[in-house]
Design a protein around this ligand. Structure first.
Ligand SMILES: [Zn+2]
Length: 290
């Protein structure tokens, strides 16, 4: 049986206040700025659990639609021949969308199986972690994080690395789940009264790369502005699409069909709630100014 030791003296990455224990044993919330973080274990390339084929089928339509929206809404910010680095490119779907619009797009991916898939699809991919696996001094016009930033340790250092790897007037585009979202708030409320499963899934506990942070529309700009960026564009993205939703829930082999069906019904209710309030996925575009 796993036991977790509570961190008693952990500082907020955004405002340096001491964080407080949150609802799960591994999650924390900053009482000062509202930033959430976790101490969930990361096991990339170590545990084999996800059925990749089912996951691919489930996620591609929604991810591709979100990438098109981001490129539609941010494309006017940067030159038409911009060189884009997609951090954590996975299968290469963002690279595919960006190259389809004429940009030069390169991926960097630490998961060897994923990097292999992107390479096999014909993309230029560096296998390894950002920024260390890149050639020294290599800079880009645009650096994107699509469902990646929330998985990273030491977000202040990551923001600094993005700043130093961008050319003058370059852009960072971060697309991530946010704690302002209706589903995040509803599942956290449920966890407080003892129904912890949905909130554990929001953090992706037990998966190889769980969420290490949950930013909001307030905390992410605060981190980036401190690091020499200016927020220039933001929007909400569709968090859960009906198309592929059942497979998305099912891709975790530890969930049975009956449980998946119940989650599906719950997720549809959450989706409706999300449309009435705030989406659980947002994107933020920052310009390098300093
Ligand atoms: Zn804080």
């Amino acid at each position: 049986m796993l036991t977790y030791k509570r961190e008693n003296s952990m500082k907020c990455d955004i405002c340096s206040a001491m964080v407080s224990p949150d609802v799960l044993p591994e999650t924390y919330r900053c009482p000062s700025c509202g930033f959430f973080k976790s101490t969930l274990p990361v096991q990339i390339n170590e545990i084999e659990r996800i059925d990749e084929t089912a996951r691919e089928h489930a996620l591609k339509p929604i991810r591709t639609a979100n990438f098109r929206q981001i490129l539609d809404e941010c494309g006017s910010l940067f030159p038409s021949d911009a060189e884009i680095l997609d951090v954590g490119c996975a299968h290469g779907w963002f690279l595919e969308a960006a190259k389809g619009r004429g940009y030069k797009a390169i991926g960097i991916e630490p998961d060897k199986e994923m990097a292999g898939r992107a390479l096999a699809a014909g993309h230029e991919v560096v296998t390894g972690f950002f920024p260390d696996a890149l050639p020294a001094g290599r800079q880009f016009n645009v650096i994107t994080f699509n469902d990646v930033f929330e998985h990273l340790p030491d977000v202040p250092a990551m923001a600094q690395a993005v700043h130093s790897r961008l050319k003058a007037n370059g852009f960072a585009i971060i697309n991530l789940p946010v704690s302002d979202g209706a589903v995040f708030r509803a599942t956290r409320a449920a966890a407080k009264i003892g129904v912890k499963g949905p909130y554990e899934r929001m953090w992706q506990t037990g998966l190889p790369s769980p969420h290490l942070s949950y930013f909001s529309a307030a905390t992410l700009p605060r981190l980036m502005e401190r690091t020499g960026f200016q927020l220039v564009q933001q929007g909400e993205l569709e968090a859960i699409a009906t198309n592929g939703l059942y497979e998305r829930i099912r891709y975790d082999r530890n969930i049975g069909a009956l449980q998946a069906s119940a989650l599906y019904v719950a997720a549809q209710g959450m989706r409706l709630l999300g449309h009435l309030t705030h989406s659980d996925i947002g994107y933020f575009a920052f310009k390098k100014i300093g």
